[in-house]
Ligand binder design. Sequence first.
Ligand SMILES: [Zn+2]
Ligand SMILES: [Zn+2]
Length: 147
Amino acid sequence: MTASQPATTAGELRGAGLRVTAARVALLEIVRGGDHLGAEAIAVQARNRLGHISLQAVYDALYALTEAGLIRRIEPAGSPVRFEGRISDNHHHVVCRSCGTVADVDCAVGEAPCLTASDDHGFAIDEAEVVYWGLCPACSTAVPEPT
Ligand SMILES: [Zn+2]
Ligand SMILES: [Zn+2]
């Protein structure tokens, strides 16, 4: 490993220009190990590792990690904010309308913007936000409650 390829989470934080704190190290590892976790679920895991940490401190650290480009924040309409560690590609998400489960969908094109606007109005467009909505396998096969 060379200095330009940080081998540790702390090294990655430093490389991204962030001060290294126990909370940031733990949160980055939790987000990467999780599957589109919400802030509350992240806070629960963070407390298991660090002891007490306020939800506000969790939000602050997640915000710093997002701004530094180490994690990505996704916010499907009507769903709580989720965080993920897969930041190196332009992938999309499929969201269950019923239970809110989120899964990754690889981009068919591979890089943003993957949809060409029919009229760009002179804008230099660099991203198209695509969210697929539907029912997850568990919800689509669930037997409806008798009414
Ligand atoms: Zn579902
Ligand atoms: Zn994702």
